[in-house]
Design a protein around this ligand. Structure first.
Ligand SMILES: Nc1ncnc2c1ncn2[C@@H]1O[C@H](COP(=O)(O)OP(=O)(O)OP(=O)(O)O)[C@@H](O)[C@H]1O
Ligand SMILES: [Mg+2]
Length: 602
């Protein structure tokens, strides 16, 4: 990296400035102007560099000083990240608010990780001095939050012989933890604080196949369009369809160890909502405060556009860091469309040829490179861990053929498409079962079969088929009226309505139904299908469909999801005999003495 070199500002074009800065590298971080604004070199032409500035460039003047910092745009990594709220370039927002009030002053240089906080370090006493050390080796541990233990590992770029290791005790992130004599005979000091350039994926030993579902407690996601730990998913949806709500639900209920929530270019009040609610919520898996496993990155619509570009990388680099510590991390980004807008703005100002709807030609490769950072891996430490990426997409006018949505659709394996029609009908989550897909169904099947129920795939597929049949029939009804349908077809409509209302609809605000365990998902699914199957049998015996559609058991089935919580799943089992009894009663009315047993032989 270069020496710290003095330079000066030449031209200013919104967030893009040119500077005279000999010796600077492409990608290097710089400080611009008397205010020390934060920026990054994005183009080099000999001594002249083009810099994108992450803060407002208002009142900057040509001739003001510019300084290269000697490193790429990097994040600080170490204990103290959990529970934090950072802006798009990893500045701690709570401290910034304390220092400058609600309006973020420019050029503030507050370190991301607290330098004063002490951590109780336990040393790895199985490492005698002289041990050869390799990247990812465990040096010790601190308890970061009550929920999260934080291993201190040898950084990815450090190898050699251990010459010093701190004893157990209290240390800040800057204290010396270990010294390593490298193969070049240099002494390298290791602190808990490490840095990593955000645009470079962190290394791992090897990629593994994703096989374990990322369970979100949302039925339409887990049962119908599953995602795996280490997978990539998108949530495209028109304005107001429920993208943010869905991402909140995932952040709140998913079975990941760590959640990184990146609010990128969305309205500030959506983040305020998280800030106000999350600290009061408990993590369903540990029973502790949700913030102990959550990190927020807030780059709202009133902050400079180009900082959105950085926020996604800052988020994913921190996600990879916790993966390297052995955790399953999920990162949700709301929304990648706002991030793409930053690319468009910068591309435009650089005079790059716009390709599709003003976006630069590299839009698709940037999106792909971002999602490529998802994965389940064997870490340098030898553990299996994962980064799951979930990006919201906000297509203008809800048009899924626009560039960001269409490229994202090509890249991700799980596509949860939200629909305006469903949202308008207050069917939440408004995930359209015709437009959505998951490429992980076959991979998820063994887990469901082994842990929950061997019928999972069969029931899931049958339900989707029923929904598709019903959609087709609904079109016929629209054209020629309901009289045109046969009793069996009318029963298909009833069955599909049961699936829609009893399963797919899930109110995030309903205390009982906000989260649904996989066991409860499976039980509800089998109960709905059981009702449908029993009805089909009775129809075959010639019993009028109206008799079946009037059964009170249908309405009861639709309400089961909010009647019994996931902890009361046993109670759900009692509903099965009730279904039988209801249908038997009709059979008896029609002279089938002994109910279904007798009817079988008919
Ligand atoms: N699962 C849900 N349960 C109950 N209500 C929901 C659910 N999802 C969405 N809603 C309702 O829809 C409203 C809009 O949702 P949300 O803000 O998540 O939409 P959005 O797609 O993020 O909107 P925008 O395009 O403005 O960002 C919510 O305020 C809520 O009333
Ligand atoms: Mg939103």
């Amino acid at each position: 990296m270069s020496e710290i070199s003095p330079g000066h500002l030449l031209t200013i074009n919104g967030p893009i400035v040119t500077v005279h800065l000999p010796g600077v590298h492409n990608g290097e971080q710089v400080r611009v102007g008397h205010l020390n604004l934060m920026g990054e070199v994005i183009r080099l032409d000999q001594a002249q560099a083009t810099v994108q500035v992450y803060e407002s460039t208002e009142s900057l003047r040509p001739g003001e000083p510019v300084q290269a910092l000697g490193h790429s745009l990097s994040v600080e990594l170490g204990p103290g990240l959990m529970g934090q709220i950072f802006d798009g370039v990893q500045r701690p927002l709570t401290k910034i608010f304390a220092a400058s009030g609600d309006y973020i002053a420019r050029g503030l240089n507050i370190p991301s990780l607290d330098r004063q906080q002490v951590w109780n370090f336990t040393s790895n006493n199985r490492l005698p001095l002289g041990t050869p050390v390799t990247p990812g080796m465990l040096l010790g541990k601190v308890q970061e939050t009550l929920a999260i233990s934080h291993p201190i590992l040898v950084p990815p770029d450090c190898q050699g012989e251990l010459v010093e290791l701190a004893h157990a005790g209290e240390y800040t992130v800057e204290h010396l933890i270990a010294k390593v004599k490298t193969d070049q005979e240099e002494i390298r000091s290791i602190q808990m604080l490490q840095r990593w350039p955000v645009r470079i994926p962190r290394p791992y030993l090897k990629r593994d196949h994703a096989v374990i579902p990322l369970l979100t407690g949302q039925r339409i996601l887990d049962t119908f369009f599953p995602l795996l730990k280490g997978g990539k998913a998108a949530v495209p949806g028109p304005f107001g369809a429920g993208k943010t709500m869905l991402q909140h639900q995932i952040a709140r209920w998913s079975n990941a160890d760590i959640v990184i929530y990146v609010g990128c270019g969305e309205r500030g009040n959506e983040l305020v909502d998280i800030l106000e609610t999350f600290p009061h919520l408990t993590d369903p898996h540990t029973g502790r405060s949700l913030m102990e496993r959550t990190l927020l990155i807030a780059n709202t619509s009133n902050m400079p556009v180009v900082a959105r570009e950085a926020s996604i990388y800052v988020g994913v680099t921190i996600a990879e860091y916790y993966r390297d510590l052995g955790y399953d991390v999920v990162m949700v980004a709301d929304s990648t469309s706002r991030w793409a807008e930053a690319l468009r703005e910068v591309g435009g100002r650089l005079g790059q040829m716009p390709v599709e709807e003003g976006y630069p030609a590299y839009l698709s490769s940037r999106l792909a490179a971002f999602y490529e950072r998802a994965g389940r891996v064997t870490t340098l430490n030898g553990t299996t861990a994962s980064v799951t990426l979930i990006g919201a997409v906000s297509p203008p006018g809800g048009d899924f053929s626009e560039p960001v949505t269409s490229h994202t659709k090509e890249i991700v394996q799980t596509f949860w498409a939200l629909s305006k029609e469903l949202a308008d009908a207050r069917h939440y989550p408004s995930i359209d079962w015709n437009e959505s897909f998951s490429g992980y169904v076959t991979l998820a099947q063994p887990w469901w079969a082994q842990h929950i129920d061997s019928h999972w795939l069969e029931y899931r597929n049958e339900s989707l088929k029923l929904l598709a049949q019903a959609d087709e029939l609904a079109r016929i009804v629209n054209l020629v009226g309901p009289e045109a349908l046969s009793p069996t077809q009318r029963w298909v409509l009833t069955g599909a309505a049961l699936i829609r209302e009893g399963l797919l609809q899930q109110n995030a605000g309903d205390e009982v139904d906000s989260f649904c365990s996989p066991q409860k998902q499976m039980l509800l699914l089998s109960l709905m299908l059981q009702i449908y199957h029993q009805g089909v049998k009775l129809l075959d015996l010639g019993i009028p469909v109206q008799q079946l559609s009037d059964l009170p058991i249908l309405a009861q089935a639709r309400r089961l999801k909010s009647k019994y919580s996931s902890a009361e799943v046993e109670q759900l089992g009692h509903f099965e005999p009730e279904i039988r009894a209801a249908f038997d009663k009709i059979l008896l009315e029609y002279g089938y003495e002994g109910g279904q047993e007798t009817a079988k032989g008919v």
